[in-house]
Design a protein around this ligand. Structure first.
Ligand SMILES: NC(=O)C1=CN([C@@H]2O[C@H](COP(=O)(O)OP(=O)(O)OC[C@H]3O[C@@H](n4cnc5c(N)ncnc54)[C@H](O)[C@@H]3O)[C@@H](O)[C@H]2O)C=CC1
Ligand SMILES: C[C@]12CC(=O)[C@H]3[C@@H](CCC4=CC(=O)CC[C@@]43C)[C@@H]1CC[C@@H]2C(=O)C=O
Length: 255
């Protein structure tokens, strides 16, 4: 299905990014797994064979991303799809009235830095390479897929930083698609609900159970493979552009 396709997946050594890398390789694609050097990205790439390579990357670093793009060129010679999955979660109320303590600004800044600025950083550097592709019959050169969250729309208590970072990703989706329409590069964002990944598994099982119960149907956490299936579908469907798609079992998060 994806023979010849080269994808770069940030956050590719864990959770949603890992499942995406696995599916793309299974469907015949080649994948550059970008993640922090401290992760098991090297092992993930090894387990996928010669059609995957690991590039140690902090998405907030220009140098790291440029190095990853060089690895992409050296190993696979082109780039067709960028899938941004790298992200961090944070939870804190704006002010702790008992302790008279305001939100730690470093946490707010780091959440925005990784989730929003990191996503933009990779896009701005990677699309230069995607733009070098010859257009297909439809004029398409490639696609960028971002990961936001339903928290961009219904942020819960304690999610001011996380929701703001994800709302930023949603907000830049249409202007980015417009910026690159002439080059035939699409931009689509996925806003997942609740998925069973290491990020979610920080929560105690009873909290996970209660989150599952809040999802109308299917009343469970999503499987990372279901996120990967939507990535596959977005890559295949050239009419999807400039849009954010909720993938959430009709969940609307409560306060
Ligand atoms: N799991 C869920 O229910 C949901 C997840 N999301 C979003 O989906 C994306 C993927 O999350 P999960 O797979 O669940 O989490 P995860 O924690 O399993 O994976 C996130 C990956 O991002 C990497 N990462 C973090 N900071 C990075 C940086 N500065 N540079 C490069 N890589 C970095 C981590 O090392 C990790 O491998 C995130 O953006 C998250 O906010 C959104 C909604 C729901
Ligand atoms: C971000 C999200 C909802 C949360 O706030 C939690 C996070 C998993 C890790 C967490 C542990 C905590 O102790 C506090 C809450 C939270 C930060 C969840 C992962 C996905 C959830 C999300 O994005 C929903 O849209």
């Amino acid at each position: 299905m994806f023979k010849g396709l080269v994808a770069l997946v940030t956050g590719g050594s864990s959770g949603l990014g890992k499942a995406t890398a696995e599916l793309l390789v299974k469907q015949g694609g080649r994948v550059v797994i970008c993640d922090l050097p401290s992760t098991k990205g090297q092992n993930t790439a090894k387990s996928l064979g010669e059609n995957a390579v690991f590039a140690p990357v902090d998405v907030t670093s220009e140098d790291d991303v440029k190095e990853a793009l060089q690895i992409t060129l050296d190993k696979f010679g082109r780039l067709d799809a960028l899938i941004n999955c790298a992200g961090v979660a944070s939870a804190s109320r704006v002010y702790n009235f008992k302790k008279e303590q305001p939100f730690d600004l470093n946490i707010f800044q780091n959440t925005i830095q990784v989730n929003l600025i990191g996503t933009f950083n990779v896009i701005r550097l990677a699309v230069g390479l995607i733009g070098k592709n010859a257009p297909d019959a439809d004029g398409q050169r490639g696609v960028v897929i971002n990961t936001a969250s339903v928290a961009a729309f219904d942020g819960q208590i304690g999610q001011a930083a996380y929701s703001a970072s994800k709302a930023g990703v949603v907000g830049m989706t249409l202007p980015l698609a417009r910026d690159m329409a002439k080059q035939g590069i699409r931009v689509v964002t996925i806003a997942p609900g609740l998925f069973r990944t290491p990020m979610m598994e920080q929560l105690p099982e009873p909290a996970i159970k209660s989150l599952e119960a809040s999802v109308p149907f299917p009343s469970r956490l999503g499987h990372p493979q279901e996120f990967a299936l939507l990535v596959q579908s977005i890559i295949q469907n050239p009419m999807l552009n400039g849009e954010t798609i909720r993938l959430d079992g009709s969940l609307r998060m409560q306060p």
